[in-house]
Design a binder for this molecule. Structure first.
Ligand code: ZN
Length: 341
């Protein structure tokens, strides 16, 4: 049966002004894997960086456009105001100690929906959270085992995203009627929606409880956002097949929203539309994924170009800034040093 529902978050794309500092923070401090270094397909003279679990599985992928000349973002309504990673319930102290020792400012932990939340900003000012949730146990597949964080404490992909909106009903109706979310809880001005089943059937296996939460935070008096460095550019929802993506697209258009045609992003296929509250959404297919042009062990160790840009490699390498990438040798060394238990 063709589903009328997305399965959860596919990726979150944000904007950085400093690609090297970005790599250092997400790989060395947060322990994500750089799974792809490529260029922005719409502007090949700028980098597009992808982080995630060991394979960059949908539900774990945080990506950045490197736009050093963009204006600074201004927080406000109509944006993804927080991108939240899932951590195990017993790892809060580990992360707090880690942030203290690395002089990374944070707040918390504070309690929200029975979960513990640590809030922080990345070096560009992007709003991040680490959130504990029982589902972390089932998501150990989403750990980057060769990263610097011990497996027991490591990030397990996304927990959720939070949208800041003036009101919530029109956004909520797109979430529930077109994307398949169910309202599950409310705390003050925060409204939570989850994908728990698709067309009445529980999502099983790896898909169950994976990055399937979105919160709407109603902030009626805040200014509108200006998207720039330190902002999320868009959030993408995942769908397993091209057929289901077409059904979702048709329903979105029927709901009166403008949607792009399907765009081939090489690692997935994409449809973009703006939800009524102003946040840019994307529907992205799970396949083909990041191993389509690199072996799993080589992911993120060099600049990769889509085939139609390969002939421009020499020119692009001249204009793209040099970056120090995580070394394959370091990964292999960690692998040797880590005792399997
Ligand atoms: Zn995207």
């Amino acid at each position: 049966m063709i589903s009328k529902s997305i399965h959860g978050i596919h990726h979150v794309t944000a904007i950085t002004g400093d690609a090297q500092r970005n790599i250092d923070f997400y790989v060395n401090s947060l322990g994500l894997r750089l799974v792809k270094l490529t260029v922005n397909q719409d502007d090949p003279t700028s980098y597009h960086l992808y982080y995630g679990d060991e394979l960059g599985r949908p539900g774990t992928i945080l990506t950045f456009f490197h736009w050093p000349d963009a204006p600074r973002g201004r927080r406000g309504n109509s944006e993804v105001i927080a991108t939240s990673f899932l951590i195990p319930e017993n790892s809060v102290k580990y992360w707090i100690d880690r942030f203290k020792s690395r002089q990374i400012e944070f707040r918390g932990p504070h309690k929200r929906f029975e979960e513990q939340v640590i809030t922080l900003y990345d070096p560009d000012g992007l709003g991040l959270e680490l959130v504990t949730h029982g589902s972390a146990q089932d998501r150990s597949v989403n750990v980057w085992r060769e990263g610097p964080i011990p497996t027991e404490q490591a990030i397990r992909g996304f927990h959720s995203v939070t949208l800041s909106e003036e009101g919530y009903e029109r956004t909520a109706s797109v979430l529930t009627d077109e994307l398949g979310f169910t309202p599950t809880s409310q705390e003050g001005n925060r409204f939570r929606y989850e994908i728990s089943n698709v067309d009445g059937v529980s999502l099983g296996g790896e898909e169950s409880g994976r990055a399937n939460i979105v919160d709407i935070l109603c902030l009626p008096y805040k200014q509108q956002t200006v998207i720039g460095i330190g902002s999320v550019h868009h959030v993408a929802w995942r769908t397993p097949t091209d057929e289901q993506q077409m059904v979702l697209r048709r329903n979105i258009v029927r709901a009166g929203l403008n949607a792009t045609p399907v765009i081939d992003r090489f690692y997935f296929h994409s449809v973009y539309f703006r939800e009524p509250g102003g946040v840019l959404f994307e529907i992205a297919t799970n396949p083909p994924g990041f191993t389509v042009d690199e072996k799993a062990e080589d992911l993120g160790t060099g600049l990769v170009l889509p085939p139609w840009l390969e002939s421009m490699r020499n020119d692009l390498e001249k204009v793209l800034p040099r970056l120090e990438l995580p070394k394959k040798e370091d990964v292999l060394k960690k692998k040797r040093d880590t005792k399997e238990n």
